[in-house]
Design a protein around this ligand. Sequence first.
Ligand SMILES: Nc1ncnc2c1ncn2[C@@H]1O[C@H](COP(=O)(O)OP(=O)(O)OP(=O)(O)O)[C@@H](O)[C@H]1O
Length: 676
Amino acid sequence: MVEDLNEIKEVKRRGKQNTKLTGNFSAKSRRKDKMWHKPKLDAHHPGSESLSTLIVPEIGNPNPLLIFEAFPKSSIYFSGLRINFLPIVKNRSLLIVVGNATRVTYSRSDFLLVGTHKMPALISSRLLLFGGSLPFQKLSHVSRKTWLHSGVTVRHQVDRDHGPLTLASVGIKSVIETTEPAETEKVKRLNSRPEVPKGKKAVRSNVIKSAGKQKTVEIEAAPFAAKSFSELGLSQTLIERLESEGFMTPTDVQSAAIPLILKGHDAVIQSYTGSGKTLAYLLPILADVGPLKKKTSGGGGEPGKKTDIEAVVVAPSRELGMQIVREFEKILGPANKRAVQQLVGGANRSRQEEALKKNKPLIVVGTPGRIAEISAAGKLHTHGCQYLVLDEVDELLSFNFREDMHRILEHVGSRSGSDPRESKSSLAKRVERQTILVSATVPFSVIRAARSWGHDPLLVQAKKVIRLESVPQTGPIIPSKPTTSSSSSSNLQGPPAVESLPPSLKHYHCVTRLQHKVDTLRRCVHALDAKSVIVFMNHTKQLKDAVFKLEARGMSAMELHGDLGKLARSTTMKKFKRGEVRVLVTNELSARGLDVAECDLVVNLDLPTDSIHYAHRAGRTGRLGRPGTVVTLCEEPEIFVVKKLQKQLGVPIPACQFIEGKLIVTEDEKTTQPLS
Ligand SMILES: Nc1ncnc2c1ncn2[C@@H]1O[C@H](COP(=O)(O)OP(=O)(O)OP(=O)(O)O)[C@@H](O)[C@H]1O
């Protein structure tokens, strides 16, 4: 983020010209009396080159400190939640922002980022270039060690004096306090919790009291292959509902996860695509919240009686959010459907807000943007929330969602609304809720996030449960087979490995020329006699072309991507699920979570970017033990990518051809063994 010398000179020159706001700021936002101005465009959008967006490194670092050199009358928009401090000084302005911003957008012509809490040393040296008249030397009162400490908290008073800015004037020097190491503080707080808050399930408090002591026994006692849902501690009403919907036997991951979540554990649920992870978290929530809960448990209530939300489920796409809502509704039954509400983007927000007010649901399921938006508007009361589920968590932690996820993580279950005089730290507030993170692929970033958000979280897989604390930072998270040293680099990311893929899947690749790809796809569909095919491509334009070509050759196909409107997307999905369309040509939008049981073939018409994307795409077929085939079409020079995927995933992806209406494997599977 630190610019080079030329840029500093350029900024200084522009400052002399008394730089005005750039065209990226709306006219309304130019009002002098306004402190905050929202740029119309984001740095990620074309045409907004004069804006920079700074992403504060880690979600979970609650105290970013940013120091900008600013020019008079400049405006800045911080898209975080709390901007605690903004002094602007006459002529030369030093602007310091301390708070929970995760993403800061600023006009590069008006501001120059000169320091962060990780780069304090640069502050003084850089500012000397500006004449050095500002008393930045006072920064040296704060030791570098303290600044670098991740737990630095800065308290301050707003000071808009027009005199020279000093650190004392902004309160930094006098009030820096360092938090204690998170682990010991957390356990201490949990153990000293005086009583279970009213309406909070008793079982959670038991877990809290026994923090870090009896877990091993509980984990080992977890049934890994229950024969029926009744063995898992669910209520009779819930079991009856499950049976009426045809769910008779829990899957392995459900057998492992349900009892642990019922006991109040924070968990990361990892198991291959289509293994039933949704019910693995949905059922223990419904056992505790809403009309199907166990009579003895404390929390929840009838829909319509409470105003607070009890469970928030976040998913990265509208389609997945809606699918989860339908799963909840299926189990709740028609009479209790209103206990859950969707808050997905693309739908009418005011209608969602009205429904929240009218129906008072106990559970909301939505996309990060919409949940954060309604929450920021004060229309979603989640402070007393007991459960926070992040489905497809590794995707939710990506760059795109950081800002909204930060708000959600800060607010859900914080209980801060209940008593403003309470001075509990954000960590203490957060442990009020149970955090459940879910995905088929769990890179180390998820493990790290789970450790910082949860209380002694567990990694729950189909056949084993591990304490997250014991997951080594550099080692594989999900070792499927003994790995060779050459695969260690991918281990750093946490490879999806074979557990991310349904065991019943068959994988092939077919070498073809670019211009013949659609034709090869058609022959592939015929050769496998596939009834329901999902084709993945990387670019919308080519995707449309492929649909056109398939249709022209008499194969029913439809497109699905983010450029389509809400209605078009859901109509397409409905038609595909009903079997009215044979081929769905789509992009990464549909790779996560989409559950179409009938899908028997996935084709990568374009290569996925990495093994994680491959795993999620492939997982659209072969769901819940059904047979499924994945065919990757590639050009000659791309074969090495397929070999790499094969190695990282730990599955053979032999070459094949489609000859006379048949799939012919042209490479011995034994020679394509990934780890041999
Ligand atoms: N115990 C069960 N018995 C029968 N069907 C089940 C059971 N559990 C889940 N299913 C069904 O299996 C399908 C796959 O489940 P789900 O979508 O939860 O998988 P997943 O592991 O979340 O997949 P992904 O990683 O792709 O999101 C769904 O149609 C679901 O209704």
